[in-house]
Structure formats: structure tokens, C-alpha cells
Design a protein around this ligand. Structure first.
Ligand code: NOJ
Length: 539
């Protein structure tokens, strides 16, 4: 398999929440034109592919994940022509663009649901999942535990309950209905015809419901997703599917199929274990989860990440670890949401760059294509006074002017963070661009170093440290022509370390440039507090 055809297996993704990225026309709302004007910035970070969050028409009761028209764009973003132009401009810079595909549910404002509700004899009635009995599918868990007590909502007009895995304003579509399955294929074609490079597929585990199951990862779901992939391979070769399945590794593994379902899948369980490793100064939970992660087909890849637009989910940890994470990283109950933590990266790490960089180092050197969340590259903060998860979706901070340079409007969709440690007057792109030691430039150099190493992108992984606790974590990544040993001191004290390594000279790919020699099969070095090296074998 050629490297070129599998670009996504070693790529840097950048997640754009478009409502808060850049407003070009002063209406307080991010738009396509604004995003276009910032593409050079994104490319300059070393990004290969943009993940653009939903831009469909929506009543915004789940911030756009409640779609009222699958083949349009929400007017404040611009027009379909503007969207096409965006795709063109992304490609012109050698990047790619994937967008969100939300097929499990639509908005209760969608004409399909309105038609179903107004006329149960219409063909759209069967687009949704109805029941007289709200005890049906009782084994399906509730996802939004803070606000929902049932996956059923009663529709007064119809006199029946309808199924929803998320908010009641997001009725689940009925994938047992062949018409729904066809509608969604048309949606895929519509966007792929506009030239996008694929999709981040939202909430895929929940497409089907079956009595006596938890309604997740069902065989019917996999069969349909394989049909989507087949359609893409046949009609739009080279396009990709990234799976959002917040599941244990063995269950996510199933979404790769035999290399014929998703090319990419988020590694949800790894993410909280990066935070646990750093907070507990012990990487054993991280090693354990990666050891429990099955091998994936040769044309697939994991996506690693630290933060995104949702709460930092703690669904994939034990009850005990969840409590530990909440106590350590979310001491104020307002920081907690559902089974997670609604904070951004830098505040989680108390603005301590050593800890932030340790976290980045782990995801950049472990297998997987990293996905960065807009604003984390400069160290943006969060605003926990905002509703739901909006506090981690505030305007991108471009400079020290009004609204952080995001918009000239008096009121923006979400308020920019103005004051304090994370306010745009101090934390912004302009202030960091020319400072070699800024959060932004240091991260850029890490990305560059990662890109420069074939082994970090494609190499096989071997642990060089083992046991528990694991205050120093070291591993080797190797391809035929490249060997890199990544070693991390997770503690706040200096630590000597002795690693098994082939004799020769190793040089840090990162700023230190330090060189160290392995002799008699041992590499000996001392790491400062929370220090890490990416040691490439150079001789
Ligand atoms: C996952 C998305 O990331 C989240 O923001 C959304 O609320 C749910 N899926 C429902 O679409």
C-alpha cells in the first residue's frame, strides 16, 4: 500500500468549530469567508486536514448536531457557493477537509419529523422510531445523564413516544426503513459532490435499536456503515470516514471491519488516560489500555486527541477513575457535565506548559493521527458560566482587539474570553506569532518534528518500560529506516533512566537537540521534571 494513498494514517487534523472561528462580515458569527481568510494560519501549523463541525441549517438546540436540512448551510455561514469556495481554497493549500455527518438523528424541526408528527399516515412517520410503550429498549443507557431521564419522549399530537439517544429535540432516525438508508446515502453524495474529502461520522453506534440489547454496535449498524464506505470507495475513491464511537477499544475495533468500514476511529479510552498519567505521575493505565487495544487493518488508523468541543468524556474509565478525574481536574461541580469535564486543555493543566506539552508529546509519539482542537494551540481558556458545552467553544483569539479579533460586532454568538489569565488581551495568535517560546511556536515545532519522523508516523510500538506505577514512560517506534525512542518523565522531580537500546548515537528531535550514546545495549539519561525527549537513532 503506498504512503500517498493512505495520507490519513499519518496526518495532523485540526478541528474547527466554525461559529467561533472567524467572522468576516461583522454579524458576530463565524463564517466560511472568515475561515478561508485563516487557512494560511492553519496550514502554517502543519495541518493536513480540517475537520469542519456542522454547518447545516439547524435550530441550534444541540449547537448544530440537530440538523433541519441535510443539504444546505446555515445562512450566517454563507452559501453553498461559499462552501465550495472553502473546499477549493483548502485544497489549493494542499490540505483536505472533512465535515460532520450526523445520521443517527435529525432535528425535531426537520420537515421529515414535522410531517410525521402532523400526519402519522405520511411516509415520513416511519422515518422515526415510535412506541406506545416507553419501557421498550430499556437496556439502552442514557447519554445526556444530566438532563435526560429517558430515551423516549411523548409526542402529544401523535399520542406516542419517539426514540432519541440525545436531546428530545433530536429524534433518532429509523434505519430499519430502507427509505432512511437511501436518504442518508444521498446526503453523502450531496456533500462529496461538492468536493469534500470525507466525514467525521457522529454517534454511529446507535443507528439501530433491538430489544434485549443496549442498542450499541449492533451487527445491522456495521452492515449499513459498510454500505456507506462501499459507496464512497466506488463513487468517490480516496475519501475517508472517521468514526465517533465512544466505546472500548475492542468495540471500536469492529468499526474498522476488515478495512472496509471506517479508515479512522477516535481512541476515546486513551484520552482520559493521558490526563490520568500526567495527574497521577503514573502511565500504567495508558500502557494497559494500549495493550488491550487490538491490532487494526493495515489501511486503518486511530485518531488521538486531548480535547474537543464536548466535555472531556469519562465514559471509558472505571467509576473509581472517574471520581479521581473529577476530583483532580474538575474540583468545582460547575466544571462537570454528564460523565465528563467541560474544560479546555490549558485550564485543566493549570496553565502549566510542561504538563500540556507532556500530553501533546504522548499523543504525537504514540500510534495514531492526532486531532487538535482550535484554540488549544495558543492556550485558550474556557468559560464555565456558559450553557451546556459552550464554554469550550468561545471565539478564537486572534489578537488583542475587540472580541479577540474574531468579530467587529458588539455581540457575538458566544462571548469571547476577555479578561484574566486566558483573556484575549494576553492570549492570542498575534502576540504569539513572533515569540519563539510561545505556546503556539513551541507546538508548531513539535508538529514539525513529528512530521519529520517516519517512525513516529508509521512505526511499530514497543514498550521500553513496564510495571506499575510507571513514573517514566519510554517506548520505541520503528520503521525500516527510522528509529525513535520517546521517553517521558511524568513526575515533578528529576529521574535517572536506563533503557534497553541498540548501541549508537541518539539525538533529540525536539528543541534540546541533545545527543546521547547507547552502549552495551543500554541508553542512560537523566530527565528533568516533566521532561521528555524524542530520541532518533542517528548513528
Ligand atoms: C457527538 C457530538 O460530538 C456532540 O456534540 C453531540 O451533542 C452528540 N454527538 C449528538 O449529535
Amino acid at each position: 500500500m503506498s504512503v500517498e494513498s493512505n495520507w490519513y494514517q499519518n496526518a495532523i487534523f485540526y478541528q474547527v468549530y466554525p461559529r467561533s472561528f472567524m467572522d468576516s462580515n461583522g454579524d458576530g458569527y463565524g463564517d466560511f469567508q472568515g475561515l478561508i481568510s485563516r487557512l494560511d494560519y492553519i496550514r502554517g501549523l502543519g495541518v493536513d486536514c480540517i475537520w469542519l463541525q456542522p454547518t447545516y441549517p439547524s435550530p441550534l438546540r444541540d449547537d448544530g448536531y440537530d440538523i433541519s436540512d441535510y443539504k444546505g448551510v446555515y445562512a450566517p455561514f454563507g452559501t453553498i457557493q461559499d462552501f465550495k469556495r472553502l473546499v477549493h481554497e483548502v485544497h489549493a493549500r494542499g490540505m483536505r477537509l472533512i465535515s460532520d455527518l450526523v445520521i443517527n438523528h435529525c432535528s425535531s424541526d426537520h420537515p421529515w419529523f414535522q410531517a410525521a408528527r402532523n400526519d402519522p399516515s405520511s411516509k415520513y412517520f416511519d422515518y422515526f422510531v415510535w412506541s406506545d410503550n416507553p419501557k421498550k429498549y430499556a437496556e439502552a443507557r442514557i447519554i445526556f445523564v444530566d438532563s435526560q431521564s429517558s430515551n423516549w419522549a411523548y409526542d402529544e399530537k401523535v399520542g406516542k413516544y419517539y426514540w432519541h439517544r440525545f436531546y428530545p429535540t433530536q429524534p433518532d432516525l429509523n434505519f430499519d426503513n430502507p427509505a432512511v438508508r437511501e436518504e442518508m446515502k444521498d446526503v453523502l453524495r450531496f456533500w462529496l459532490d461538492l468536493g469534500i474529502d470525507g466525514f467525521r461520522a457522529d454517534a454511529v453506534p446507535y443507528l439501530y435499536e433491538r430489544e434485549g440489547t443496549n442498542g450499541e454496535n449492533l451487527p445491522e449498524t456495521h452492515a449499513y456503515l459498510k454500505e456507506l464506505r462501499k459507496l464512497m470507495d466506488e463513487e468517490y475513491p480516496g475519501t475517508i470516514l472517521l468514526c465517533e464511537a465512544n466505546q472500548w477499544p475492542r468495540d471500536v475495533r469492529a468499526y474498522f471491519g476488515d478495512g472496509d468500514e471506517f479508515q479512522l476511529g477516535f481512541h476515546f479510552p486513551l484520552m482520559p488516560r493521558v490526563f490520568m498519567s500526567i495527574g497521577k505521575e503514573d502511565a500504567s493505565s495508558l500502557v494497559e489500555i494500549l495493550n488491550a487495544t487490538p491490532a487494526i487493518p493495515a489501511n486503518c488508523q486511530w485518531c488521538t486527541f486531548l480535547r474537543n468541543h464536548d466535555e472531556l468524556t469519562l465514559e471509558m474509565v472505571s467509576e473509581e477513575d472517574r471520581q479521581w478525574m473529577w476530583n483532580f481536574y474538575a474540583p468545582d461541580p460547575a466544571m462537570r457535565m454528564n460523565l465528563g469535564i467541560r474544560r479546555r486543555l490549558y485550564p485543566l493543566m493549570e496553565n502549566d506548559r510542561r504538563r500540556v506539552e507532556l500530553a501533546y508529546s504522548l499523543i504525537f509519539t504514540l500510534p495514531g493521527s492526532p486531532v487538535l482542537y482550535y484554540g488549544d494551540e495558543i492556550g485558550m481558556g474556557d468559560d464555565i458560566t456558559q450553557f451546556d458545552r459552550n464554554g469550550v467553544r468561545t471565539p478564537m483569539q486572534w489578537d488583542a482587539t475587540k472580541n479577540g479579533g474574531f468579530s467587529t460586532a458588539d455581540t457575538t454568538y458566544l462571548p469571547a474570553i476577555r479578561d484574566g489569565r486566558y483573556g484575549y488581551r494576553s492570549v492570542n495568535v498575534a502576540a504569539q506569532s513572533d515569540d519563539p517560546d510561545s505556546n503556539l511556536n513551541r507546538l508548531k515545532r513539535m508538529i514539525e518534528a513529528r512530521r519529520a519522523s517516519e517512525a513516529l508516523g508509521w512505526g511499530k510500538l514497543e514498550w521500553l518500560t513496564s510495571g506499575a506505577p510507571l513514573p517514566v514512560l519510554a517506548y520505541r517506534r520503528t520503521t525500516g529506516g527510522d528509529t525513535v525512542i520517546a521517553v517521558h518523565n511524568l513526575t515533578g522531580e528529576s529521574r535517572p533512566s536506563e533503557l534497553e537500546a541498540e548501541d549508537g548515537v541518539y539525538q533529540d528531535l525536539l528543541d534540546s537537540g541533545m545527543a546521547v550514546t547507547a552502549e552495551s545495549g543500554k541508553l542512560r539519561l537523566t530527565l528533568g521534571p516533566r521532561q521528555f525527549y524524542w530520541l532518533r537513532k542517528v548513528g
